[in-house]
Design a protein around this ligand. Structure first.
Ligand code: C5P
Length: 205
């Protein structure tokens, strides 16, 4: 079973993807980390994003700055370059096709990476305010001193770049179920997601 979780930053899809993968006993790929790794590598080595993507190695995902705000913002810029996306496609599709299945989360898994009818597709979203509040609290918990308005503006800018790019823009696949987590805690989101997944798999027999 291949499960695709797409949606904007801070909608809760990463946490959800990990729990769903553990529940079904299948591996999970955070595809945002691939774009972050390419951005981090390009910043570190001075390579072009295209060259960094072509030279991508799994170890690049261990870069210490992978989760920084600067690398996240740069990731959404390099992710708009078609050659970067093309260089990362096969790795993602091979991961998805492992025997036994996989969970992948990102922006274009249901539309471009695994658009196949057998993929179970969820589009996980939340209001901009709920997402900004979550990201703000995550940063506080990490010991940073975030400014709410800046966090909100950063997410809005990332949404704009991710949904308006020409190549693989973020959007729900036509056969995706939309899960809005604005008013759900992580346990409720997990239960709802499992319900949607089992309804989908039952309907397919
Ligand atoms: O999810 P995360 O914030 O780690 O992703 C970083 C960036 O990588 C996103 O803003 C997006 O531009 C890009 N991305 C993408 N396609 C994916 C996953 C992430 O374009 N499947």
């Amino acid at each position: 079973m291949i499960i695709a979780l797409d949606g904007p930053a801070a909608a809760g899809k990463g946490t959800l993807a990990k729990r769903i993968a553990a529940h079904f006993g299948v591996p999970h790929l955070d595809t945002g980390a691939l774009y972050r790794a390419v951005a981090s590598r390009a910043l570190r080595t001075g390579e072009t994003p295209e060259a960094a993507a072509a030279a991508f190695r799994i170890g690049d995902m261990d870069a210490p700055d992978l989760r920084s705000g600067a690398v996240g913002a740069q990731a959404s810029r390099v992710a708009a370059i078609p050659a970067v996306r093309a260089a990362l496609l096969e790795f993602q599709q091979n991961f998805a096709r492992r025997p036994g299945g996989a969970v992948l989360d990102g922006r274009d898994i249901g539309t471009v990476v695994c658009p196949w009818p057998e993929t179970v597709k969820l589009f996980v979203t939340a209001s901009p305010e709920a997402r900004a509040k979550r990201r703000f609290n995550e940063l506080l918990a990490r010991g940073e001193t975030p400014i709410y308005a800046a966090v909100f503006a950063d997410l809005a800018e990332r949404d704009r770049r991710d949904s308006q790019r020409a190549d693989a823009p973020m959007k729900p696949a036509p056969d995706a179920d939309v899960l809005d987590t604005s008013d759900l805690d992580p346990d409720e989101a997990f239960r709802m997601a499992l319900g949607l997944i089992s309804a989908k798999t039952r309907a397919r027999g």
